[in-house]
Design a protein around this ligand. Structure first.
Ligand code: PMP
Length: 288
């Protein structure tokens, strides 16, 4: 089955899905995105993902190309046309097409919208979760507003590539003071003495939707969450570590820079949160 992309008003086979060479997303990284999980043919935490998209757009003063309801329709329709029941939907909005110039165009172009869908191999992700994954650390040399989910992801790309070359699955960014900020596409957590620890929301991290859900889940399960940054040393000395993202939900981290975390196997609290995650996530109506 050929994949279908939505591009500025049209549903097109991938081979015909193109954007303009002067799209400001392509030229300047002037755009934002969202990634939402599709599970059992329904979107997971759609409301929160759309709310974050609105916040990202507002932060860059990009006028949404569609209002909320039509945008939700387009996303659902793209998922439906791709007939994906287990996967991801990617929504990208850029400031649109204009003669290349750094400042905002005098006359605002219509923002450009692209929606793509892809299937996920859930069995493979679950297999990783049973053994846990390794991460490496890299200096956090990103800009100061990573709370905005922009498409400018070069440091994240390089971090993920470094992880791959080191035989690890992900990279955790470390700030100038030695504290972990977050993963290249995830939020970072540790568990020590039965207490979860993750960094407080700020402009230094992207507030993950999965992170928000896990905080609520922890409250339900009466597990304490300490919103404080931790060092790489503290990860090594932790009982458990894990990361959260829409793609991986709660993924155990069992090695950091080659050293074992805790027992070197997925820990009990991490496993419990992973198993309970969909009790707290908002599952939409089935689309496919
Ligand atoms: N931080 C970064 C840098 C990310 O790219 C992601 C993935 N979108 C996350 C955190 C986790 O966010 P979410 O749980 O919403 O997927």
């Amino acid at each position: 089955m050929s994949r279908i992309a939505y591009v500025n008003g049209r549903y097109l086979p991938f081979g015909e899905a193109h954007v303009h060479v002067e799209d400001r997303g392509y030229q300047l990284g002037d755009g934002v995105y969202e990634v939402c999980e599709i599970r059992d043919g329904a979107l997971v935490d759609e409301r929160r993902h759309f709310e974050r998209l609105s916040r990202s757009l507002a932060a860059l003063r990009i006028v949404p190309p569609l209002s909320s309801e039509p945008l939700r329709f387009v996303v659902a329709e793209t998922v439906r046309r791709n007939r994906v029941r287990e996967g991801l939907v990617y929504v990208q909005i850029t400031r649109g097409v204009a003669r290349r110039d750094h400042g905002f165009p005098e006359r605002s172009p219509k923002a450009a919208l692209v929606v793509t869908v892809r299937a996920l191999d859930r069995a493979k992700i679950d297999a990783s979760a049973r053994t846990g994954i390794s991460v490496i650390t890299v200096p956090d040399d990103r800009w100061g507003r990573v709370d905005i989910k922009t498409i400018g992801l070069l440091p994240n790309v390089l971090a993920r590539q470094a992880a791959k070359e080191a035989g690890a699955k992900d990279a955790w960014f470390v700030d100038d003071e030695g504290f972990v900020t977050e993963g290249a596409s995830s939020n970072a957590w540790i568990v020590k003495d039965g207490i979860l620890r993750t960094r407080e929301s700020s402009s230094r991290i992207l507030t993950g939707i999965t992170m928000m859900v896990v905080k609520e889940l922890a409250a339900d399960l009466q597990i304490k969450v300490d919103l404080r940054a931790f060092t790489v040393e503290e990860v090594r000395a932790a009982d458990e570590a894990f990361l959260t993202s829409a793609t991986q939900t709660v993924m155990p981290v069992v090695r950091i820079d080659g050293s074992a975390v805790g027992s070197g196997r997925p820990g009990p609290l991490t496993t419990r949160l992973r198993e309970a995650f969909y009790r707290k996530a908002e599952l939409g109506r089935s689309i496919t």
